[in-house]
Design a protein around this ligand. Structure first.
Ligand SMILES: [Zn+2]
Length: 244
């Protein structure tokens, strides 16, 4: 367990979020042979399973269904997945959930962390997940915090793209090439039958972010009209020995 071993940790409020917003980054990491770990703080059983409720399913049945979908999606991306079952709508911030996250940070020793942005006027669970992810990162760095494992280093945190970016103060400063990983992302999206209306939306978004990526990269880096992208916002400053 060392900071030099790349590992990606994704903190997702609900069972589907990591697929729409970061599936490309997760699949790309897995394709490089890196460890990718997703934690779903809840199943999205109340707030993001409308079709199942309309079909008359019960709470436990919906949770099991969402869990199965997320497991299939994570497998399609090449990621491990954990579920905290902390409840949604609302996802309540608690010392217990933060402590479980600290233990996960110490176990995974991530070199990169992905989570939601800190603002989302449409869904309070998303910022709550982000606050707990950030709080736990800080606590996991403290040698005196009572949890197994070595203190965490300083993995960069990237916010992944929310559904309505302008309202969430989301202004991308990283455009990630997910072209080679996109087939896995689409396959993972298709595991989420409860949110089928999102499949084409996020396929189109990947193409638009790909166009913007190509425009920002300039003509000499080999990007094409087939390039697919995901947008991220870096939370802490980038550290560099030279500007590039
Ligand atoms: Zn969500």
């Amino acid at each position: 367990m060392s900071d030099s071993q790349p590992a990606l940790l994704v903190v997702s409020a609900h069972a589907g979020d990591f697929v729409w917003r970061a599936g490309g980054a997760i699949a790309a990491a897995a394709r490089r042979g890196e460890r990718a770990v997703v934690v779903c703080l809840s199943y999205g059983e109340r707030g993001e399973s409308a079709r199942a409720w309309r079909e008359g399913k019960g709470l436990d049945e919906i949770k099991a269904m969402r869990r199965g979908e997320a497991e299939d999606a994570a497998a399609a991306l090449g990621a491990e997945v954990e579920f905290f079952d902390a409840g949604d709508y609302p996802l309540v911030e608690s010392r217990e959930v933060v402590d479980r996250l600290v233990r996960l940070y110490r176990d995974v020793s991530p070199t990169v962390v992905l989570t939601h942005p800190l603002a989302d006027p449409y869904n309070g669970d998303h910022p709550a997940a982000a606050r707990m992810a950030l709080d736990a990162r800080v606590l996991a760095q403290a040698i005196g915090y009572d949890a197994p494992g070595e203190p965490l280093g300083a993995p960069p945190v990237f916010f992944f793209e929310p559904h309505q970016p302008e309202q969430c103060d989301f202004k991308p400063n990283v455009l990630l090439d997910i072209t080679d990983a996109f087939a896995a992302k689409r396959k993972a999206m298709e595991c989420l039958a409860a949110q089928q209306h999102m499949w084409d939306y996020y396929t189109d978004l990947a193409a638009r972010r790909g166009v913007q990526l190509t425009r920002n990269a300039g003509p000499n880096l080999g990007f094409t009209t087939e390039t697919k992208g995901e947008a991220y916002m870096r939370y802490y400053p980038q550290v560099a020995r030279e500007l590039a």
